[in-house]
Design a protein around this ligand. Structure first.
Ligand SMILES: C[S@@+](CC[C@H](N)C(=O)[O-])C[C@H]1O[C@@H](n2cnc3c(N)ncnc32)[C@H](O)[C@@H]1O
Length: 358
């Protein structure tokens, strides 16, 4: 069976198989899967940390949400913790995962990590040594290393807490006076994405030129909320629905909107694409005058088309959607599937798609 990319792993990947074999005989009540999906071969219902709401579909394991601090802190006395690094989320997220796994172990417990030699095996191994004082390369297969550390007296709890609690602050001229809090596990965690900035500049020029003053706005794929917050500040009477599937990002987006003084007009919804029923009384389907989208870059084409197509019931007649992409292609197809006529505008390295509903 091939898993969805939202979990970041596939059963037939040799690195996943290595990790699955390492913990296959573990007592499920004393095993935690740290952002691993339901590893192949694992028995029972171990605890499993999930980052994205899409990972919960059909889960065999006991879900522990990445935004549930109390449930995560309650993980303790484990015999095994398995970590699957998600390279596209950055090294500090892998470090946080290792730290969460190490912290959940009881004495003698084992922290497992399967990682490509070429994708940072050395630095993850070094971090395991820093956390637990030891690491072994237990197995090698097709470019992967299976690393294992044992929790003994050398566990560095302060180092683990530092990796788990790491936060970044983002300041950018595109959002004057706003400080965005960010964390490992979210998109563009260290600074505003260039595509997001290009989209802000394009939509600012468009609203200047047309006098557009939308009152109902959607930010689809909102991340930690830069576009939603920008829109709420640019259009002071607008209500904004920010939709995002990543649990850590969603929580940060809500906090960031509050800190930016627009929390009452920005409603953040944790959802896989646009919901069918409105999660807020302020915005009903069929009333959205402006939608902003910086779509996921790694999504499968059919998922991306479905993401855009889900906007269809939400858009008002005469409404506009702007999306920033590197090339039109699939996203243009998605906007058309949502019922829009689409124009493409070049903006430096990016393409801004402008979808209009008649
Ligand atoms: C390119 S990032 C843009 C984030 C933010 N808008 C910004 O400009 O910084 C795309 C975001 O889409 C989210 N995402 C991916 N698939 C999604 C889905 N099916 N539903 C909702 N959000 C999704 C990802 O978690 C990620 O935060």
């Amino acid at each position: 069976m091939v898993r969805r990319m939202s979990e970041g792993l596939h059963d037939d990947d040799p690195g996943v198989q290595l990790l699955g074999r390492a913990v296959a005989s573990a007592d499920p009540d004393r095993l935690v899967l740290v952002h691993c999906g339901d590893l192949p071969g694992v028995r029972g219902r171990p605890a499993r940390l999930v980052l994205d709401v899409r990972e919960c579909d059909g889960a065999r394991s006991r879900i522990v949400r990445a935004d549930d601090d109390a449930a995560i802190a309650a993980l303790s006395g484990m015999q095994h913790a398995a970590v699957w690094p998600r390279a596209h989320l950055g090294k500090d997220f892998s470090f946080a995962c290792l730290a969460l796994g190490a912290r959940a172990l009881g004495p003698g417990g084992k922290l497992w990590c399967s990682v490509r030699k070429a994708k940072g095996a050395e630095s993850l191994g070094d971090f395991m040594v820093a956390l637990l004082g030891n690491v072994d390369v237990v197995e090698r297969a097709q470019g992967y290393r299976l690393l294992c550390s044992v929790r003994e007296d050398g566990f560095d709890a302060a180092r683990a807490a530092e990796a788990i609690g790491l936060r970044h602050e983002i300041r950018d001229d595109a959002l004057p006076g706003v400080v965005l809090q960010s964390a490992p596990g979210v998109f563009s965690r260290r600074g505003l994405d260039d595509g997001t900035r290009a989209l802000i500049e394009h939509v600012a020029a468009w609203s200047e030129a047309t006098g557009a003053a939308p009152r109902r706005v959607v930010d689809l794929c909102a991340g930690i909320g830069p576009l939603a917050i920008w829109a709420a500040r640019r259009f002071p009477t607008a209500h904004v629905l920010a939709v995002e599937s990543n649990m850590i990002a969603t929580r940060l987006a809500a906090d960031n909107a509050t800190a930016a003084g627009v929390g009452e007009r920005v409603h953040v919804a944790l959802h896989d694409g646009m919901p069918t029923v409105s999660p807020t009384g302020s915005i009903a389907p069929g009333t959205v005058e402006l939608a902003l989208v910086n779509p996921p870059t790694h999504a499968a084409a059919e998922d991306l088309v479905a993401l855009f197509a889900g906007m269809r019931p939400w858009m008002a007649p005469g409404g506009s959607a702007f999306a920033v992409v590197s090339r039109g292609g699939v996203s243009t197809r998605g906007l058309k599937a949502a019922g829009a006529a689409v124009e493409e505008h070049r903006a430096g390295a990016y393409t801004i798609l402008h979808g209009r509903w008649a």
